[in-house]
Design a protein around this ligand. Structure first.
Ligand code: FAD
Ligand code: NAI
Length: 468
């Protein structure tokens, strides 16, 4: 029987990173992954195949289309005959995915990681390790890392299929739906809703909660909602979905809103109401792997499950369902198995939403900081006072820094505006080092750059912003 020091089940951002780091640490490593794309094995999990990467490719294409159609004129560029060729757009998105998923296969070869395509199933404990069914052949592993990810949650009354789609389907519409319904105003709802709105769909977003993006800082969610509504996304909050019916050529959704019963018909319906852990086919029940009441694999602070030598990471253990969180857990668990002190700082995980304007934050919101007993001081700086943002033609939004009034330590930074997906990295580093608003404000930033808005917001914490 083939034997490995480490066998990883799942080849998404959690699993493939754990496999590579384990190989770097000198372990013999196998990885079994079940993802199939266009009939072929495709490493990279949800993120590379049907998540982060293809959604960002479509966001970029649709943003360029909108920019050329609506904003180029302001720069003195006149365009006529503008058309969106959806087949080419999807083809480009697919080729980006091919490149990256192929890249993981290359990295596996480079790191001498044996790849199995199919399901991985825990079979039995043997000789202090585990026998795992890796895509039909039994292999032995001293350590097993479960990284089986998550699947979209469906509404019981609206199973996926036909015109009712989850993320994969919403990245594959072969023509722009005239009307698009989205259930759930979360991250997928606003990102994929934005893609199809930019390409011409009339988009209606139905959300159960009373407000938009409630985990974000209130100032950010208010500004982001204002901007998205201005673009034409039609949001409805405090909505109770009562019935969904796929009529073959369209979908009817019945819901209650403000005491009224409403019926709406859409060409397509995206259901994006969160994701559920994926432990199907893993053999969890047979071997007694402990799951919590929501189906997430239970782990301790070192990613150990209740089974000796079995670890779990990524979406399947819950917490922030983000690729970078999954990747960092992949590194940490491999280092733990090697007896090192790998760990993840959950207090500095950035959240980024790739709408236009982009939304990004890290750390505590102003409200959460107050609830935790901090006396808080904040500084905010608008992109409308930043030269580079004005040059770009996109001065929407702001940067807000939340700091501890007693120590000046930065507790959180919240942004909505151009390229904030990139700007957030600086403050993540600052917070990793326990930096203060003064540290950030006195750090020299290139001119003219968007990063100067971060510096100015930090200066504003102590009322020292120069350009405001
Ligand atoms: P997954 O990526 O789900 O990978 C798990 C893998 O395990 C899959 O390949 C699956 O087929 C395989 N598997 C499952 N069970 C078995 C088994 N028994 N045997 C063998 N293989 C198995 N996050 C971000 O940080 N940034 C983004 O921009 C972002 N955008 C997203 C956009 C969309 C539309 C979606 C849906 C998600 C997005 N995410 C984003 C979230 C991100 O994709 C996930 O957090 C990330 O993929 C989790 O990684 P993972 O390795 O834990 O799981
Ligand atoms: P989400 O958790 O972000 O949002 C789901 C929304 O649906 C919530 O606002 C919730 O209140 C609402 N909802 C739940 N049940 C409902 C119902 N019955 N009727 C109406 N609304 C309902 O989940 P989403 O958008 O599905 O994305 C899943 C996860 O994927 C995200 O939480 C995130 O972790 C990850 N992701 C990350 C991205 C990024 O980092 N840029 C992009 C896309 C996804």
């Amino acid at each position: 029987m083939e034997t490995f020091d480490v066998l990883v089940i799942g080849g998404g951002p959690a699993g493939y990173v754990a496999a590579i780091r384990a190989a770097q640490l000198g372990f013999s490593v196998g990885c079994v992954d079940a993802f199939t794309r266009n009939g072929k094995p495709s490493l990279g999990g949800t993120c590379l195949n049907v998540g982060c990467i293809p959604s960002k490719a479509m966001l970029d294409s649709s943003e360029k289309y909108e920019m050329i159609g609506h904003e180029a004129a302001e720069h003195g560029i006149t365009v006529t005959g503008l058309q969106a060729d959806i087949a080419t757009m999807l083809g480009r998105k697919n080729s980006v995915v091919d490149k990256l998923t192929g890249g993981i296969a290359f990295l596996f070869k480079k790191n001498k990681i044996k790849s199995f395509h199919g399901l991985g199933k825990l079979v039995r404990q043997e000789d202090g390790g585990w026998v795992v069914d890796a895509a039909g052949s039994e292999v032995k592993a001293k350590n097993v890392i479960v990284a089986t990810g998550s699947n979209p949650r469906s509404l019981p009354m609206a199973p996926f299929g036909g015109n009712i789609v989850e993320n994969s389907g919403a990245l594959e519409f072969d023509k722009v739906p005239e009307t698009l319904g989205v259930i759930g105003a979360g991250v997928i709802g606003v990102e994929l809703g934005s893609v199809w709105r930019r390409l011409g769909a009339q988009v209606t977003v139905l959300e159960a909660l009373p407000g938009f993006l409630l985990p974000a800082d209130a100032a950010v969610s208010k500004e982001a909602l204002k901007q998205l509504q201005k673009q034409g996304l039609d949001f409805h909050f405090s909505v109770n979905i009562t019935d969904v019916k796929d009529n073959g050529n369209n979908v009817t959704v019945k819901y209650e809103e403000g005491g009224n019963s409403v019926e709406a018909t859409f060409d397509k319906l995206i259901v994006s109401i969160g994701r559920v852990p994926n432990t199907q086919g893993l053999g969890a029940e047979q071997v007694g792997l402990s799951l919590d009441e929501r189906g997430f694999v239970k782990i301790d602070e070192h990613y150990r499950t209740n089974l000796p030598g079995v670890y779990a990471i990524g979406d399947v253990v819950g917490g922030a369902m983000l690729a970078h969180k999954a990747e960092d857990e992949g590194v940490a668990v491999a280092e733990r198995i090697a007896g090192q002190a790998g760990h993840v700082n959950y207090a500095t995980i950035p959240w980024i939403i790739y709408t236009s304007p982009e939304i990004a934050w890290v750390g505590l919101t102003e409200k959460a900081a107050q609830e935790q007993g901090f006396t808080v001081k904040t500084g905010q700086f608008p992109f409308s006072a930043n030269g580079r943002a004005l040059g770009h033609g996109d001065p929407r939004g702001f940067v807000k820094v939340v700091a501890d009034a007693a120590t000046d330590r930065v507790l959180g930074v919240h942004m909505v505006g151009p390229n904030v997906s990139e700007l957030i990295a600086e403050v993540v580093s600052l917070m990793e080092f326990g930096g203060s608003a003064e540290d950030l404000g006195r750090t020299i930033h290139g001119h003219p750059t968007l990063t100067e808005a971060v510096k100015e917001a930090a200066l504003a914490v102590n009322k020292q912003a120069i350009h405001m």
